[in-house]
Design a protein around this ligand. Structure first.
Ligand SMILES: [Fe+2]
Length: 235
């Protein structure tokens, strides 16, 4: 495996949890799990290192660093704390049980989506694989129509726009997630996540959300997305 491929495989770690739910047999499960679980905070309990300190002509270090440190690392700490409380069994007869359960789902999905976001952006534009492009064109009509729909999701979302692959019917969905834990169809695997909370763009773009969304598009790392798509569709 060359350096580029290895980096892409490692970057896939952000979808570990979703992928682990959809694997049909042990050998495939082991292979995918080993590839995808790598450095995800949901696996290691530690923050996955930031892939890009800045993305020229898109996101500054002043924008990315506090987003990563406060929101991603904070979500991981929140997830770990909630998980520990729930798994200890001490909250079952406690009024805080339901809130802690909701917090665990909220925080764990925040970790996963932030990993997809931070590690799914590339410094230079690339393109999807033939298989993924064919699937997108079949579902949406063209790459341009997909991109327009994805950007419409991002524009209307207060949290996330996500491209997801449903593992039951094999269809691709662009979806709006207003909270970390809402919006995705069950049994779907997120392939692309665009963070549209104000904290993701306000330092660089102020209230110009549309410009931020537009500039995100050429930074989608289609090498990672295509590989995730292929691994999921083959499973
Ligand atoms: Fe965020």
């Amino acid at each position: 495996m060359n350096t580029l491929s290895r980096r892409h495989f490692l970057a896939l770690s952000s979808i570990a949890t979703a992928s682990a739910l959809i694997l049909p047999n042990h050998s495939q499960a082991k292979g995918l799990k080993e590839i995808l679980s790598g450095q995800s905070g949901l696996v290691t309990g530690l923050p996955k290192p930031l892939r890009h300190q800045s993305i020229p002509n898109f996101l500054s270090a002043e924008q990315l660093t506090p987003h990563f440190n406060a929101h991603y690392k904070g979500a991981l700490r929140g997830y770990l704390a909630a998980d520990e409380k729930i798994q200890s069994g001490s909250l079952i007869a406690n009024g805080a049980y339901g809130a802690t359960q909701r917090a665990r789902a909220h925080k764990s999905n925040s970790v996963l989506l932030h990993e997809l976001y931070f590690f799914g952006m590339t410094l230079t534009s690339n393109t999807p694989s033939l298989n993924l492009r064919t699937a997108i064109e079949k579902r949406f009509g063209s790459m341009e129509k997909w991109a327009n729909d994805f950007q419409a999701c991002a524009t209307s979302a207060s949290g996330w726009a996500v491209l997801a692959l449903h593992t039951l019917n094999g269809k691709l969905y662009n979806v709006v997630c207003d909270k970390h834990a809402d919006g995705l169809p069950w049994m779907s695997t997120p392939l692309i996540a665009l963070d549209v909370y104000e904290h993701a763009y306000y330092v660089d773009y102020k209230n110009n959300k549309a410009d931020y969304i537009k500039k995100f598009m050429p930074h989608i790392d289609w090498n990672i997305v295509s590989r995730t798509y292929q691994l999921t569709i083959n499973s």
